[in-house]
Design a protein around this ligand. Structure first.
Ligand SMILES: Nc1ncnc2c1ncn2[C@@H]1O[C@H](COP(=O)(O)OP(=O)(O)OP(=O)(O)O)[C@@H](O)[C@H]1O
Length: 277
């Protein structure tokens, strides 16, 4: 894994970000910074503001106050094309790609780098084919994108991001429709790209094992941040997610030489049967 340089300035810096809709505050005073090479997980219960925050970061929503800086520059002062060259986005819902093949969809990653009438070169084709191979979809090259399984679609979209050659990959719950094997596979694939990644998760155990740092949102506020070991505590799970759980060490912690918290949830806590917790 690429180790972030502790002295390097952040790749993404969010300062006092607030976003509201019709005077309802959705995000309030969010502050954090991401260094190049880190894999950051964004956590929070339903409606906490994860997607809203990510939309502010990939320039879909403009915050009413505060600032988002990418490599030291306010993202709203960059051109849309310049920003698209640097930041790729994979969302949870895959829009229909209307008869486009896997190859065509992955090729769309070239778009921010091309002028309107410039032709696709042999080198471009090679980049596209290589990305498709990297995500294990070479056998599906000419298949209609819409006919792929959920996991294959997400992999194709990661291939499109690889072609885009971004510095930052933003993923909004990219694994929520996938079975557990594909969830792990997709996150390990993303991690293997050695990019800076910011991804929202609902599976806290998956986030704890994959991420270098975690951010936790509750009702639009950032309430915890730090390493998985610092963030995943029984108190946080109770305060933020309202669940009763025990946090222990994952059995692979020693082998992987990092502290990976493992959450075991208790059931029946609403009825007061909470294992004495
Ligand atoms: N355009 C909008 N107009 C009105 N309310 C909005 C808008 N976008 C988001 N919200 C509200 O902001 C809150 C946060 O929504 P958001 O989708 O960011 O949460 P989330 O943490 O991603 O939730 P989930 O885990 O359920 O996907 C919700 O209450 C949502 O209804």
């Amino acid at each position: 894994m690429h180790t972030p340089d502790a002295t390097a300035p952040p790749l993404l810096k969010v300062t006092n970000l607030s976003w509201s809709v019709d005077s309802t505050a959705i995000l309030q005073d969010i502050d954090f910074a991401i260094k190049a090479g880190q894999f950051i997980g964004l956590l929070g219960p339903n409606g906490a503001g994860k997607s809203s925050l990510l939309r502010c970061l990939y320039r879909y929503s403009k915050p009413q106050s505060g600032e988002v800086q990418f490599a030291g520059r306010n993202i709203w002062q960059l051109s849309a094309d310049d920003y698209a060259k640097q930041v790729a986005v994979v969302l949870q819902e895959t829009p229909s790609q209307f008869n486009l093949s896997v190859y065509d969809v992955v090729s769309l990653g070239l778009t921010p780098h091309k002028s309107l009438f410039s032709a696709t070169t042999k080198a471009d084709q090679q980049v596209v084919l290589q990305a498709i191979e990297q995500v294990g979809l070479s056998h599906h090259l000419t298949q209609n994108f819409d006919s792929l399984s959920g996991g294959e679609k997400q992999r194709a979209l990661i291939a499109r991001s690889i072609v885009q050659g971004p510095k930052l990959l933003i993923m909004d719950e990219p694994t929520s429709h996938l079975d557990i094997k594909y969830q792990i596979q997709l996150m390990e694939l993303a991690k293997s790209l050695n990019l800076t990644i910011l991804a929202s998760f609902h599976d806290l155990n998956l986030a704890a094992s994959m991420c270098d740092q975690l951010l936790v949102l509750k009702q639009g506020q950032l309430v915890a941040s730090g390493t998985p070991e610092q963030v995943i505590t029984e108190k946080m799970l109770s305060d933020v997610f309202g669940v009763c759980a025990e946090v222990s060490q994952h059995p692979q912690s020693q082998q992987l030489q990092k502290a990976i918290p493992r959450i075991t949830y208790f059931y029946g806590y609403q009825a007061g049967v909470n294992n004495g917790k």
